[in-house]
Design a protein around this ligand. Structure first.
Ligand SMILES: [Fe+2]
Length: 177
């Protein structure tokens, strides 16, 4: 059965007084860097992430904004109830996401003349991540759809506000997960 797309609730939580916020404020203020993913992964390894620290929203997933740098870069943590599937959406040139807790199904797409085509799918478990440096000036990078397969927590870093990106019609491609 096709799921409907769940509309996320975004919570602005840019505290300035703890390790998590200080780390991302400093990192993102520096803009693009070649070792962005490595630096984030090294931080994740020494930071404790707990589901209960992030807001649970009935019936959909929450997006907690951790840092916005003013140069477009943003760090966000998403808490997902099971099966709260996203729309199919693209990203700005830099996109990174990391499965902190739980398990998510990720489908990747490309836009062809004939429409959206699914090119890969995988289940990401806690500790797995995805990082891509794509084309700048477009949100057609890393077009994907996420389906949490259990209650999950993920961390995302983008080089621009993901809300600026296009949403694609999900009915074109039936859900895999
Ligand atoms: Fe995404």
């Amino acid at each position: 059965m096709e799921h409907s797309n769940f509309k996320a609730i975004t919570i602005n939580n840019q505290k300035r007084d703890d390790d998590l916020h200080l780390f991302f404020d400093e990192l993102l203020a520096g803009g693009s860097r070649g070792d962005m993913a490595d630096v984030i992964i090294e931080f994740i390894a020494r930071h404790v992430f707990r589901l209960e620290d992030y807001i649970e929203v009935a019936g959909t997933y929450s997006r907690t904004i951790v840092s916005q740098s003013g140069n477009g870069f943003e760090a966000m943590i998403a808490r997902w109830p099971e099966k709260t599937v996203t729309s199919i959406h693209g990203h700005p040139d830099y996109a990174f996401y990391y499965c902190l807790i739980g398990r998510i199904g990720v489908e990747h797409f490309v836009m062809k003349d004939s429409g959206l085509e699914r090119v890969s799918s995988k289940i990401m478990q806690s500790g797995e991540y995805y990082s891509v440096q794509g084309k700048s000036g477009t949100f057609e990078n890393a077009i994907h759809r996420i389906t949490p397969l259990e209650e999950s927590l993920t961390l995302h870093v983008y080089s621009d506000d993901p809300a600026k990106g296009l949403l694609y019609s999900s009915t074109q491609v039936p859900l895999l997960f």
